[in-house]
Structure formats: structure tokens, C-alpha cells
Design a protein around this ligand. Structure first.
Ligand SMILES: Cc1cc2nc3c(=O)[nH]c(=O)nc-3n(C[C@H](O)[C@H](O)[C@H](O)COP(=O)(O)O)c2cc1C
Length: 283
């Protein structure tokens, strides 16, 4: 990578293996291999004398204000968003790295993005949870809509979930910040996706959101897909194709012509109740 990106000549490169140390004179660097967090060559560096870990992007956040973690309001929210955007697909590698650094005594974690953690316990606890894929009784609800028909299907399920005591995060994809959506996927147990038909498939924004779910691999357990079409439909099939062999159990799927009827709404409310039950039963 150093050669490819920065044209560092081979003779200037010294390869450090896992757990190898290099003395700089009074300061000792220990190297800890932590591959795929989030590039193949990721390696943490531990500065022994200062009990400081430089973990590359791990424990990072996309925030450029505040030198230390306690100087940034809601830092954990930023860190959760960063986890979702960058680290979530690599949960297994993250678990391995967390296990490895347990042996180190760490006072400071200084990632390459975002503030330095001097409250190391807080971020380590959060990472333990996220890496294990611990979820809350929470559903993320995302939808696209052109003429509000899909939106009319989304509202009753959102209301049902909320009245069943499920935490909900609702996103109209036309206005949503995709990073915010990703942050909510980190600890959601379920997703509700609203996707109207456009040109025989799902609306492009719904395709985008579905693809993100597939690529980022959030620890979602359950899903509901709701769709409205004008003549031939196709969005439901398209969404299912993108999700492919994902482990999400689809609790309910509905594709209707035009706006929802009273009967459709009743069935959507039933989907909501069933989804809430599944979310609550899952530990
Ligand atoms: C640009 C555009 C393309 C569409 N393409 C299709 C299509 O290929 N097949 C179909 O069944 N309906 C199609 N429709 C109709 C919509 O799917 C239908 O109006 C649906 O009720 C819209 O849901 P919404 O109100 O949530 O946007 C299209 C509508 C628009 C605006």
C-alpha cells in the first residue's frame, strides 16, 4: 500500500510482523495486526511507554472538532455512525481485534479520524456491543415515495410499532441522510422498507437503501417490505433479488395497486403487530 499509494521505494520499507516491536529510543512501538479494519493491511500501533493505542480507523468518527472525546457532544452517536458506515461489514474481524487488544493496558486510544479517546472504557464497551451485533427493540423504517401511496402504507406500520413500545427511526429516502440511516441500522433488530415500482423495478432510492443493507451487513433479524405499483409491479421482486441470501427473515411483504384500501391497512397493522412480537421475543 505504501508503494502503491505513496511511491515509497521498497528499500525504505521495513516489514513489521504481528507483535513485533521497534525501539525509537525511549519509545517502543508494538505492532498489532488487525486486518480488514477496514483495509487488508490494517495494523494497530501500541506505544508502550505511554500506554497509547493508534488503531488506524478503528474507534474513529467523522468529526473534525474537539481534540478529546469528552470535548465532543454526542460523540458516541458520531462513533456509532462511523461504525455503521465503515466497520459494520467486518464484525468478525472487529471481534478478533478487540480480543487481541484486551491484553494491552490502554490509557489513550488515538484513531486516525475523529477525537482521541481518553475515556477508553466508553468506546471499548460500545465496540464490544456493536461487534457482537447486539440489537435493541428497535426498527428502522425507510421508504421512497412519488405520489405518497407507499408512504400511506408506511405510516400505519410505524404507528403500530411505536404503540407496541418498539423504538423506531423513520426515513423518507428523498430527504434522508444516508449516514444517519446507517447509524440506526447498527442497533436495529428489524427493517421496514417501502419501495414503489418504477420502470418494472424498485424506486432507485429504495434500490440504493436495499443495496446498502446488503453491503453493510447490519445485524437485522426481521424485515417487512411494502410496495405500491400502477400496473405491472416488480419492486417487491427486485428488493428480494438485491437482498438475495441475506439472513433477514421477511415477516411480511405486500405489493398493492395504487393507494392502500382499508383492508390493506388492517393487514399492514397486523404485520406491525407480528413484527413487534418477533422483535420482543428475540434476545
Ligand atoms: C416514473 C414512474 C415510473 C413508473 N413505472 C412503473 C412501472 O414500471 N410499473 C408499475 O406497475 N408502475 C409504475 N409506476 C406507477 C407507480 O408505481 C404507482 O403510481 C405507485 O402507486 C406509486 O407509489 P408512490 O405513490 O408511493 O410513489 C411508475 C410511476 C412513475 C412516476
Amino acid at each position: 500500500m505504501a508503494q502503491t499509494y505513496y511511491m515509497v521505494p521498497a528499500e525504505r520499507i521495513q516489514i513489521a510482523n504481528d507483535q513485533e516491536t521497534i525501539s525509537l529510543g525511549g519509545k517502543t512501538l508494538r505492532f498489532v495486526e488487525a486486518p480488514m479494519l477496514h483495509w487488508p493491511e490494517t495494523m494497530f500501533t501500541y506505544l508502550q511507554e505511554n500506554r497509547t493505542l493508534f488503531p488506524c480507523d478503528f474507534f474513529g468518527s467523522h468529526v473534525a472538532k474537539g481534540l478529546y472525546d469528552d470535548e465532543v457532544e454526542d460523540l458516541l452517536v458520531h462513533a456509532q455512525r462511523y461504525w455503521g458506515e465503515i466497520m459494520m461489514p467486518f464484525r468478525t474481524m472487529a471481534q478478533k481485534a478487540l480480543e487481541k487488544i484486551k491484553k494491552l493496558e490502554i490509557d489513550i486510544i488515538a484513531p486516525s479520524h475523529g477525537p482521541i479517546h481518553r475515556n477508553t472504557e466508553r468506546i471499548l464497551e460500545a465496540y464490544e456491543k456493536w461487534a457482537k451485533g447486539e440489537t435493541k427493540q428497535k426498527a428502522t423504517i425507510v421508504y421512497a415515495t412519488m405520489w405518497n401511496n407507499t408512504e400511506k402504507m408506511i405510516h400505519p406500520i410505524a404507528e403500530t410499532l411505536a404503540s407496541e413500545g418498539i423504538e423506531t427511526a423513520l426515513y423518507n429516502l428523498a430527504f434522508a441522510d444516508i449516514g444517519d440511516l446507517t447509524k440506526d441500522l447498527v442497533d436495529s433488530r428489524a427493517i421496514v422498507l417501502g419501495a414503489p415500482t418504477v420502470l418494472g423495478g424498485a424506486h432507485p432510492l429504495a434500490v440504493y437503501a436495499t443495496y446498502l443493507v446488503k453491503a453493510l451487513r447490519p445485524p437485522l433479524k426481521f424485515g417487512v417490505v411494502l410496495s405500491s405499483y400502477g400496473w405491472g409491479g416488480g419492486a417487491l421482486k427486485h428488493v428480494q433479488e438485491i437482498l438475495g441470501s441475506s439472513k433477514i427473515e421477511v415477516v411480511g411483504a405486500m405489493e398493492i395497486n395504487g393507494p392502500p384500501t382499508e383492508g390493506n391497512i388492517k393487514q399492514i397493522v397486523e404485520f406491525g403487530k407480528m413484527l413487534a412480537r418477533k422483535i420482543k421475543e428475540q434476545v
